[in-house]
Design a binder for this molecule. Sequence first.
Ligand code: AMP
Length: 213
Amino acid sequence: MNSSHLVIALTKGRILEEVLPLFAQADILPIEDISKSRKLIFDTNLANVKLMVIRGSDVPTYVEFGSADMGVVGKDLILEYGSEGFYEPLDLKIAKCRLMTAQPVNSQTSQGRLKIATKFTNIAKQYFAEKGQQIELIKLNGALELAPAMGLADAIVDIVDTGNTLRANGLEPRELIAEVSSRVIVNKASMKIKNGVIREILGKLHRAVDAAK
Ligand code: AMP
């Protein structure tokens, strides 16, 4: 960890599109167009603040180990990773969606051992354990919606926004596991060592979130 500058890890893709306007509102601006570059780290208008752009599932790792001081990542990935390794001081209230179970339309939920396909294996394990439901977990990394139709699973646990992806694949949402939005996370040591600059950035982002309401 370099104490002279601050690194913020952003999640690429859908979250980035909503995060950059919020950061602009908070007066944190990359000095080049992130969407037009293949670089992974960018200087900003603030002398000592850099933005990294990486996969969401890697943001908690970078922040926990202090290679990034702060990060922006979906609550789904925080729940999956576990939140003991960092602070989670701010809900940016963007990229909202739901983590849900989904099954083929009108299918009965079997009382026996359910086969669940998901990339959120820790969340699924905990959710069904709390319900006392026995499951067999099948880890997939994408295109989960195909799994029930192909006979691989009875149900899936996945992110749902409009529900269009589920419907297009003959599935319907069933149980809500968690409401999801993007959160700011902060490395625990950075919060002490770089408290002044981190508090300042959190304050600016807080005001940007309030202004966006
Ligand atoms: P939808 O068809 O609108 O329900 O969108 C569902 C798909 O979009 C899911 O398979 C997710 O992978 C993705 N998705 C939707 N919202 C988000 C979000 N806020 N963060 C990450 N992925 C999302």
